[in-house]
Design a protein around this ligand. Structure first.
Ligand SMILES: Nc1ncnc2c1ncn2[C@@H]1O[C@H](COP(=O)(O)OP(=O)(O)OP(=O)(O)O)[C@@H](O)[C@H]1O
Ligand SMILES: [Mg+2]
Length: 270
């Protein structure tokens, strides 16, 4: 097997720790479009890994594949060493994978608190059974903690529509962290934000890392990625074209070429 981190962790200068997430030759084809075309990556625990790549290079499709929302054409994926390639999408949260989406997906008829609560219900299955007072206390505590971790203390009673766009995106992060995931996957968490808001999100991700949360982030803002990530992957046309330290990856000639003239700063609007 040509694994990046060999079973038993016998590689010389890499960690012996088990990868949180690992994919092997993952591919997602839509008819003739090879959106993801043979991707093998491994995420080390407690680190922030980022994926860079021009529009349409397959970043969101890769995130869809590892969260099981998108059907995989080929390949294998492991979470904490256990294969989960065929796990049902609704079971992925319970494995310990939380995610946010490229576009805001909040319910505006519900309060911020209730939106985050939905994330908790998803993993605890508490909608399915009668809840005791202790269940409700635990749930309220978890939601309040998630709101605090996402910097949304005191905003619980508001509706998402009453919040700035930057804060709405934080609600999504709160909804993902309320499940106490071991891995948080974020697709363009700062899309559409101004520089100040982007720095705030970067700080939030670093704070979450400080609490030990492993993260996989897709983002177009190269500077933010260099400042936030411990490890970078670069994709182009569904393939991995570089990986390594952020400094090395942004200096890589293939990465520069992939971005050259195709860098779409308007992608932040998507
Ligand atoms: N459901 C789908 N059906 C058909 N083609 C798809 C589907 N989803 C994505 N694609 C195609 O797969 C390719 C990769 O798309 P993807 O959304 O993964 O790119 P991306 O790197 O996330 O781009 P962006 O930076 O613009 O978000 C594109 O050519 C896209 O049109
Ligand atoms: Mg995308």
């Amino acid at each position: 097997m040509s694994l990046r981190s060999a079973p038993g962790g016998v590689e010389s200068d890499t960690k012996t720790t088990e990868s949180v997430l690992r994919t092997e030759d993952l591919a997602v084809h839509f008819g003739g479009i090879k959106a993801v075309d043979g991707i093998s990556i491994a995420l080390e625990p407690g680190r922030i890994a980022g994926i860079l790549g021009p529009n349409g290079s397959g970043k969101s499709t890769l995130l869809g594949a590892v969260t099981r929302l998108t059907k995989v054409t080929r390949g294998t994926m492991f979470f904490e060493g256990t294969e989960y390639s065929k796990v049902r999408p609704e079971k992925v949260a319970r494995l310990g994978i939380g995610r946010t989406f490229q576009t805001v997906r909040l319910l505006d008829d519900l309060t911020v608190f209730e939106n985050v609560q939905l994330g908790f219900d998803l993993i605890s299955g508490s909608r399915m059974r009668r809840r005791t007072a202790a269940d409700r206390d635990a749930e309220r505590g978890a939601v309040e903690t998630a709101l605090r971790r996402a910097g949304l203390t005191d905003r619980g009673k508001l509706r998402p529509g009453q919040l700035s766009y930057g804060l709405q995106r934080r609600v999504e992060i709160a909804r993902a962290v309320v499940m106490s995931p071991k891995l948080l996957i974020l697709d363009e968490p700062t899309a559409g934000m101004n520089k100040f808001e982007r720095e705030e999100i970067s700080k939030l991700l670093l704070d979450l890392r400080g609490e030990g949360l492993t993260q996989l982030v897709v983002e177009h803002d190269v500077q933010m990625m260099v400042e936030t990530c411990d490890h970078l992957f670069a994709m182009n046309s569904g393939k991995l074209i570089a990986e390594g330290t952020p400094q090395d990856v942004v200096r890589d000639s293939a990465v520069r070429e992939a971005y050259l003239g195709r860098r779409d700063d308007d992608a932040r609007d998507s």
